[in-house]
Design a protein around this ligand. Sequence first.
Ligand code: GLC
Length: 443
Amino acid sequence: MKSTDQLISDARSVLKTNDQGSFTIPAHGIYPHQWLWDSCFIAIGQRHFDVERAKMELISTLRGQWRNGMIPHMILMNHKKPTKHEYIWQSDHSPFSPNMVGTSGITQPPVLAEAVWKVGQKLTKTEQRTFYNRMLPALIDYHQWLYNDRDPNKEGLVVILHPWESGMDNSPVLMEALKKHHHPIWIKIIDFLQLEHLAQLVRLDYKRRFRLIERAKTIDELHMFSLQRLLDSQQYESKQILRKPHFAVQDVGFNSMLIRSNQRIIEMAETVNQTLPNKLLSSMHQTAKSLASLHDPKTGYYFSRDYITKKLIRVPTIASLLPLYSGCLNNEQAKQQLQLLRNKDTFWINYPIPTVSKSSPSYESQRYWQGATWVNSNWLVIEGLNHHGFHKDADELTKVTIELCSNGGSREYFDSLSGKPLGAENFSWSAALTLDLLSQIKN
Ligand code: GLC
């Protein structure tokens, strides 16, 4: 295990390598743009050594905000040689997209308010008020957009319209929902003629020599790509898409993060004496209540719901544990989640927490969001454990997470059985959240 000083210096140098001035890319090569929840996690780490830079990281996410309030999951760089991303997103197809930058047309988990609140904790009272006043209008517009556009029946739970919006792209839960409703004929042909190996040649990660055994499966990537084309053809217009959706999921992870961020917005509004619109407040309260409808009493887990079939998708993944992070569980409910987490056959395995339960048939210890261990999802659970007073468990998980990065470097994700480092090297949020976790150990 490296010394704390060495770990801090390594992590800071990763962030420096990926720093683009006012924002940070996730990693060179495969992730050459700005991603929304990445920037939030990055700022949470940056605040420990350069709070002004952390503020800038979050302010820079607002360059991409759409006129309807949506904050996109990607802000595209203007590369000399355009990447696949520039070709596929075409955000100017929507009348709401910003003029100055190209963006994606979908969002990502709403952790921005949480990040703003946390960066604010490092500021003096006056600076904090100025920063919160600067960010709150955009955050309010964003959350109002989530409720207006993504909660059509006013159930309190918002839907995601693409697996990428969950941040956990190829989670088996999302792949199950997607393949149930989205059947493009060209993918059927590729599948039938077993041409997957040809299709993989166009993959960015394949071209960059990533081992495909640890990435999303090609067939899953094709489905996600095809759904993106469909959303583009509908100008990313939620109401139109929801008339005949090919994918719509009340994602338990996304909604848990929304609940936590809603709470942060309420706290920040109090700090600056701002009154929030009543309609927004009542939607916020409703989400905290409605999360209970995703609970499955039989297994004790929370599950995402397929909005089209109205059925829970009963595959235990890391998202199932994120209600712990939401902050809206009572003690008894939180204890039940802790028990599920500490089960040695499912989630508390060699290098916890795998993104899919080890007992699930879809679990693969090395594969992306299908069983590998990620630093950001561990961090979310650690936050939840501490929130509920489970400090011993939080500390244990913190140590494992730091150990993974100490042995393997700030990699994108890790084999949940062997701890082997996988995916992109010098990955920003792994570095940033290591800094945040180290600060908790030191204090
Ligand atoms: C992948 C991840 C997503 C992340 C992005 C950039 O698409 O699934 O969560 O934001 O890479 O790091």
